[in-house]
Design a protein around this ligand. Structure first.
Ligand SMILES: Nc1ncnc2c1ncn2[C@@H]1O[C@H](COP(=O)(O)OP(=O)(O)OP(=O)(O)O)[C@@H](O)[C@H]1O
Length: 623
């Protein structure tokens, strides 16, 4: 059952479209200079042109990714909600198989109420079969070839049957055969009634002829809009004769590149004639007006009738026609019916699914789990062996406070770095998925918080418990709980700051800023320089350091609340730190308040998490 094009895939019209940017030298630059065009439903359109002509800019504007600096009219209406944008690079979570990726996308895009899990499996199988990915079903995404990745990107967006599909350079990095297959597939999808627009560089003749419309940009101006078959005749009208056996696509690009003098002005003028987008048989030599829709429909019908007749007479001849795709989407009416009436699941359901994905990813990435846990255990044991009985031995109390500081810095550093390094890698996936309405960014953000927080709690608990036990700290539950709580909150705070830095800086700068900020926080933690020794005017800087509050709290937990005397070894004549209160006085912490310190760290956690959300949002929205 075919959808009516009006409902299914509205055409995209834009008129006098301008796009201006301000570059670094504050100069205005006109990227698109008042272009006009129409991309129709049921058609596969190629946007071509030299590098820097404005192809990606046009695509980003039509998809709604770029909004500032744009003027003119774009008639896309509600279609923008029905759009899918397949970006140039294919990004997937590497630890999931093709089937898992597809099933998760189906679960995120289609509510269980309208399509059951069994039906979703059938839909996924159908799409994988159509895109020749069935054999790679159980392959992890990181192991796919370039062509398979591209086809998976397309399959993922076809799950909810978008009416309009934009693709940025879908053949980049593919060999000629895979490129041909990909464009042929897109043509099949367009034949079903979708509006498909893609940018492409130097297509071969076979690929070029698969397009219904070629839209050429040169220095922000439209220099051709017509069928591939009309290209040679179009160029001839301005005196550019395409040599025999020369690829018309290459010749067209050579002409717009200015390889045979600058013809941009003549080409721009000539391209205003919209009749080049119609079959020349349809045009009368002296016609000035383009044919009406009814004329075009009638012509197309008669064409397809005569074609099917000739194919019936000579099947092999029909197969050789390059403008008709060989591969047609297998008809699966029940599946099409299913996807016709779909609607997305509620956002809480998507949250649940994303939490599941985060957990699965966490357990499959051994560097995140086993390696990190192993390092935590090893480090805790090493520190335990080095510090021995420092928790009870009155002669080792400066070392014991030093060990607390090492614990704080270790947890801080090992948590802040993954946060800094994670988002630059993940941002492209989030960008793609949120832009194509898989879920809202806030849902994703909450899911990562819900998943990462228990992990930080478990890891820091393992690390702290081993360190606490091995160094003979007081065996009192309330002291241990307070000590652990302080370590856990500072770990979560480090995660917040890491995510914040990861969303505003690239990995190199993020690593540098993360390391430098840790050094400063360490300096003001109250161990290397006592808080009482810091000039009063600089106290506010110390007040910003979460490490300071954590260290203070861990020291209070061990030495505060009238702790019994520590053990002074018999061979020692005098133990200065025999009374626990002496340790607190030594570090100027006898009046510190545990509750206040916890509140200060919690406040910073909230601050970093909110800031990180907005910086992540800004990063995702920036094209
Ligand atoms: N936000 C921006 N700030 C400054 N310049 C920009 C911006 N966006 C686009 N441009 C400039 O506009 C021109 C067109 O860029 P665009 O990416 O659209 O070209 P393109 O045709 O897609 O090129 P390519 O084929 O190489 O990808 C380029 O010169 C680019 O530097």
């Amino acid at each position: 059952m075919k959808r009516s094009p009006e409902y299914y895939a509205p055409q995209i019209r834009f008129a006098n479209l301008r796009y201006e940017v301000v570059d670094k030298s504050k100069e205005k630059k006109s990227v698109l200079k008042g272009i006009t065009g129409t991309f129709k439903s049921g058609e596969l359109t190629a946007i071509m042109g030299p590098s820097g002509a404005g192809k990606s800019s046009l695509m980003n504007i039509l998809t709604g990714l770029t909004k500032t600096g744009v003027s003119g009219t774009i008639e896309i209406g509600k279609a923008r909600k029905l759009c899918a944008y397949i970006m140039q690079d294919d990004h997937f979570y590497p630890f999931f198989t093709v089937e898992e990726t597809m099933l998760l996308a189906a679960a995120l895009k289609i509510s269980n109420k309208c399509v059951s899990l069994k039906e979703k499996r059938a839909l996924v199988d159908h799409l994988l079969n159509t895109l020749k990915l069935t054999k790679a079903k159980q392959t992890r995404c990181s192991k796919l070839s370039g062509g398979q990745k591209k086809r998976l990107s397309i399959a993922l967006e076809l799950i909810d049957n978008p009416a309009v599909l934009f693709l940025d350079e879908p053949t980049t990095g593919l060999d000629s055969s895979s490129s041909f297959d990909t464009i042929q597939l897109l043509r099949s999808l367009a034949n079903e009634g979708r509006t498909i627009v893609c940018t492409i560089h130097q297509p071969s003749t076979n690929i070029y002829n698969l397009f219904n419309l070629i839209y050429v940009l040169s220095s922000g101006q439209c220099t051709y809009q017509g069928t591939p078959q009309n290209t040679v005749m179009f160029l001839k009208t301005i005196g550019l004769e395409c040599p025999a056996y020369h690829n018309p696509a290459d010749f067209l690009l050579e002409c717009v590149n200015g390889d045979f003098e600058d013809h941009t002005q003549a080409l721009t003028e000539c391209a205003k004639d919209t009749r080049w987008r119609y079959d020349q048989q349809l045009m009368q030599a002296d016609d000035v007006e383009p044919p009406t829709e009814a004329q075009v429909a009638k012509f197309n019908e008669s064409q397809s009738q005569s074609q099917s007749q000739s194919q019936a007479q000579s099947p092999s001849q029909g197969q050789q026609t390059t403008s008709q795709p060989k591969v047609q989407l297998q008809s699966m009416d029940s599946t099409k019916e299913l996807i016709k009436h779909t609607y997305p699941p509620p956002e809480w359901m998507r949250l649940w699914l994303l939490i599941g994905r985060c957990h699965l990813q966490f357990f499959r990435d051994w560097t995140l789990t086993y390696l990190k846990l192993g390092m935590h255990i090893l480090s805790a044991v090493m520190i335990g062996l080095f510090f021995g009985d420092s928790g009870i031995n009155a002669t080792k109390q400066i070392s014991n406070v030093g060990m607390i500081m090492i614990h704080c810095v270790y947890l801080w550093y090992t948590t802040i770095m993954p946060g800094i390094l994670r988002y630059p890698l993940e941002i492209e996936i989030i960008k793609k998925e949120t832009f194509n309405n898989w879920y809202k960014l806030r849902t994703y953000y909450v899911a990562t918080m819900i998943t990462s927080t228990p992990v930080h709690i478990i890891f820091s608990t393992v690390y702290i418990t081993i360190g606490y036990m091995m160094t003979d700290q007081p065996v009192e539950m309330d002291r241990f709980v307070k000590y652990l709580l302080s370590a856990v909150v500072v770990t979560i705070c480090a995660d917040g700051l890491g995510v914040f830095l990861g969303t505003i800086l690239n990995p190199v700068n993020g690593t540098f800023v993360g390391a430098v900020s840790t050094c400063f926080m360490l300096m003001f933690s109250g161990f290397l320089i006592l808080l009482t020794h810091i000039p009063k005017a600089l106290h506010f800087i110390a007040a910003l350091s979460p490490l300071r509050y954590a260290l203070e709290n861990m020291v209070i937990a061990l030495y505060g609340n009238h702790r019994d005397k520590l053990v002074c070894p018999s061979e020692e004549f005098y133990c200065h730190f025999k009374n626990a209160i002496t340790v607190l006085r030594q570090f100027g912490m006898e009046h510190s308040d545990f509750g206040y310190n916890i509140m200060m760290i919690l406040a910073q956690i909230v601050l970093f998490k909110i800031l990180a959300y907005f910086t992540l949002k800004r990063k995702v929205k920036s094209g």
